[in-house]
Design a protein around this ligand. Structure first.
Ligand code: NAP
Length: 246
């Protein structure tokens, strides 16, 4: 078994029905993990794609409208990988931003992420099992963005939570890292790609000269979950085609 293998591991990926979450689920399964594909809607398409490729997966309904939804998922269930990918974005000028949008975004992107990490960490520490958490942060964990105040705040929060949990859980051999994607072609960025002016402005700022593909993030997540990354913890890794390095 090579250092990148995930054979014998059980992983939970949230928001695995589409986009980045689906690509991460496929990548983890491609390295041999059994992947539980969690979503507020059935992840049948992802499970079917993994199975068709010879991998192993099943689906779980998990709706983070309740941020504590995953609190009983990990006890005695044999997990050693958690990928917190589920996230939402609501766009409006900061002067008009509603309390409902703020609360909804913070609940899914940050509160649910923290309490899902907590449930995972608690179970693994009690069992003495090593493991890996990969949180999906954002380019906006580093810069302000525009018209997405709750999203930006939540993704700064994801970076912070990643670092504190890395500090606390390193002695338990549980790594906690985040991936900060740049602009990836998914539902999340559909409105931007549909606006020719905004789309051009974004593309002009990506040194790699292309929007990211969800598989760019999938491969990174599989690496961070693997033994090869066993001494990496607390990192918030930019996967953005060079945007932030520019
Ligand atoms: P996406 O296609 O919209 O996927 C978001 C996922 O989160 C979907 O599976 C969605 O389920 C799920 N989700 C939303 N609310 C949920 C809830 N209450 N409970 C459970 N699952 C829920 O967008 P994406 O781009 O793949 O986003 C994945 C992650 O990457 C997010 O955290 C996002 O912030 C982050 N990200 C994306 C980009 C980008 O450029 N695309 C850049 C930086 C960071 P439904 O399909 O049911 O809505």
């Amino acid at each position: 078994m090579g250092p990148f293998s995930l054979e014998g591991r059980r992983a939970l990926v949230t928001g695995a029905n589409t986009g980045i979450g689906q690509a991460i689920a496929l990548s983890l399964a491609g390295q041999g993990a059994h992947v539980v594909c969690a979503g507020r809607r059935a992840c049948d398409e992802t499970v079917a794609a993994i199975t068709a490729a010879g991998g192993s997966a099943d689906a779980l309904l998990l709706d983070f409208a309740d941020p504590m939804a995953a609190k009983d998922v990990f006890d005695g269930a044999g997990y050693s990988i958690l990928v917190n990918n589920a996230g939402i974005i609501r766009r409006a000028e900061s002067v008009e931003y509603s309390e409902t949008d703020w609360d909804d975004v913070m609940d899914v992107n940050l509160k649910a992420l923290f309490f899902t990490c907590q449930a995972f960490g608690k179970a693994l520490i009690a069992e003495g099992t090593p493991g890996a958490v990969v949180n999906i942060a954002s380019l906006l964990s580093f810069q302000g963005g525009i018209r997405v105040p709750a999203y930006t705040a939540s993704k700064h929060g994801v970076a912070g939570v990643t670092k504190i949990l890395a500090n606390e859980w390193a002695p338990h051999r549980i790594t906690v890292n985040a991936i900060a994607p740049g602009y990836i072609a998914t539902n999340n960025t559909e409105a931007l790609r549909d606006d020719p002016e905004r789309s051009r402005a974004i593309l002009d700022r990506i040194p790699a000269g292309r929007w990211g593909d969800p598989s760019d993030i999938g491969g990174t997540a599989a690496f961070l979950a693997s033994p090869a990354a066993g001494y990496i913890t607390g990192a918030v890794l930019n996967v953005d085609g060079g945007w932030l390095a520019r």
